[in-house]
Structures are given as structure tokens and as C-alpha cells.
Design a protein. Structure first.
Length: 272
């Protein structure tokens, strides 16, 4: 989706960020330029500030946050500020942020040094499964933990579905579900968080496709297609698994698989 833009250009303030003691003690000037991605149509039609992101309030928040906190690197200052903005303003979908340091102590004539980053909310569809102990309790726990995680919001959860085990290992039936997660985490960070939650549920990886207290998988992450030693997105076998496609079609029937270019409903129908 293409969002509208609200710009704040060259907001100046004094703060105490830097590696050297004199920078953190005396302070210096910083300049921020910000592009905020949101939907301004409602605010424009109704002439109502509550339906938009208040650039005045944002400017004051930036100044207060940057003066209250101290970072050694402008990279860290920019990263933390971008995150706080996205968490603080619900209508904000993403930001482009440039933090400039005009008085950088490099011993050479320059106008400024700066770091420029882009950060946004992402949509991740996750698969959940359990076939040991309190199956529903484990799925409920995963949903709760994800919703409590800073930088994560569970937006939709499918019904829980009883399914036969997959992979030829004799074991109890599974309880499966899918959810939509709005997140600031990267795919790698999200995978690490899912593994942490599985460990909290006493998950043991002993037999492939074997019984487990809790199984959490990243199925889709925006329209991303990626593969490395630890992670493949979209999930390599999701289009062949009815216990994934059935609950996923409940919450995302018209979402398209980024490789096969078919909707989840179409993939489920083709699976028969």
C-alpha cells in the first residue's frame, strides 16, 4: 500500500550524544528531518487533526526524547527514536529519518555528518501448532506472549483446528492455528523471538515432525522472498499443508503467495 507523507524538515535542538566526554557533558546541535508515512485522507476530508499524525506534537516529542536520552552513536540515537515514534503514534506506518550532526569532531572542515534510516511496521503471518499436554493452553500462551512483546501487536487469530499429524511420525493429533502479527522486528529477530517462546513452552527439537508442546513458524512476512541457513520465507511447504492453509484462509483469504502469485483461498482450493 502506498501511504501519504508528512514531512518535518531540519528540526534543530541541542542534546548530549557522542563518544567523547565533552560531547555528553557540554552538548551540541543536532538536526533531524523526518518523513512520516500515514493515511491523511480521513483527516483531509473531515478537517480533523485526530485522524492524522500531529507534526507539532511529534516535533516536541523528538526534542524532548533526544534531550532526555544520551547515545554514543547517532546510529543508536536514530534507531531508538524511530522505534519510539512508531510505538507512540498508532496512525504512523513508517518513517524515513535523517539525523545530522553539524559539529562532528573529526578535525576537518565539513557541513555535517548524518545517518539516514527507514523503519516501518511489517505484517507477518505465523503458524502455530501443539500436540502435547494442554494444547490450547500452549497456543493461548504463544498468542499472549507475542501480543505482550514490545514492537509486536497480534491483529488477527484464526480458530483453533484439530488436524492429523504430518510427516509419518506416530503421535497425537495437533491443534493448529494462524495469526497476523504487526511487528517492528526483522525476520531474523522474529525467528529468534519465536524460538524463545517455544523454549518457554518446553519445546524440544528431537525428532523432525515429531511431537511438540509448541511449534511456531513464520509463513509470510510482507511480500518478502528470502532464504538463508536459518530461515526461508515464505515457508517452503505452506502451500502443501491444509493445516496451514485452512486457518490462514480464515484470516487472510485474499493475501497472495509472493512466489506462486495465488491467494491463500486459491491455494487451499487447489489442494483439495
Amino acid at each position: 500500500m502506498k501511504y501519504d507523507e508528512i514531512h518535518i524538515e531540519n528540526l534543530e535542538f541541542y542534546a548530549r550524544h557522542g563518544v567523547f566526554p565533552e560531547e555528553t557533558k557540554l552538548g551540541q546541535k543536532f538536526i533531524i528531518s523526518l518523513v512520516m508515512y500515514t493515511n491523511t485522507q480521513g483527516a483531509g476530508k473531515r478537517d480533523d487533526l485526530e485522524l492524522s499524525v500531529d507534526y507539532g506534537a511529534v516535533s516536541h516529542f523528538i526534542t524532548e526524547y533526544m534531550q532526555k536520552n544520551t547515545f554514543k552513536l547517532i546510529e543508536a540515537a536514530a534507531e531508538n527514536l524511530a522505534r519510539e515514534l512508531l510505538l507512540r503514534y498508532p496512525l504512523l506506518e513508517g518513517v524515513d529519518l535523517e539525523l545530522k550532526k553539524p559539529w562532528a569532531p573529526v578535525g576537518l572542515p565539513l557541513e555535517y555528518v548524518s545517518v539516514k534510516i527507514s523503519r516501518c511496521w511489517h505484517k507477518a503471518y505465523l503458524g502455530l501448532g501443539s500436540n502435547m499436554g494442554d494444547k490450547k493452553g500452549y497456543l493461548d500462551y504463544a498468542v499472549k506472549r507475542l501480543n505482550e512483546e514490545n514492537g509486536c501487536k497480534v491483529e488477527k487469530v484464526s480458530d483453533y483446528l484439530v488436524t492429523e499429524p504430518y510427516g509419518g511420525v506416530e503421535q497425537d493429533d495437533f491443534l493448529n492455528a494462524c495469526l497476523l502479527l504487526k511487528t517492528l522486528l526483522s525476520p531474523e529477530e522474529l525467528l529468534e523471538k519465536l524460538h524463545d517462546i517455544e523454549k518457554e513452552a518446553h519445546r524440544e527439537r528431537i525428532i523432525r515432525w515429531g511431537p511438540r508442546t509448541l511449534d511456531l513458524d513464520i509463513l509470510l512476512y510482507d511480500d518478502l522472498v528470502m532464504e538463508n541457513d536459518k530461515l526461508i520465507i515464505p515457508h517452503v511447504e505452506m502451500h502443501m499443508r491444509d493445516f496451514v492453509l485452512k486457518p490462514l484462509s480464515e484470516i487472510a483469504p485474499n493475501v497472495r503467495h509472493p512466489i506462486y502469485k495465488k491467494t491463500i483461498s486459491q491455494l487451499l482450493k487447489e489442494l483439495g
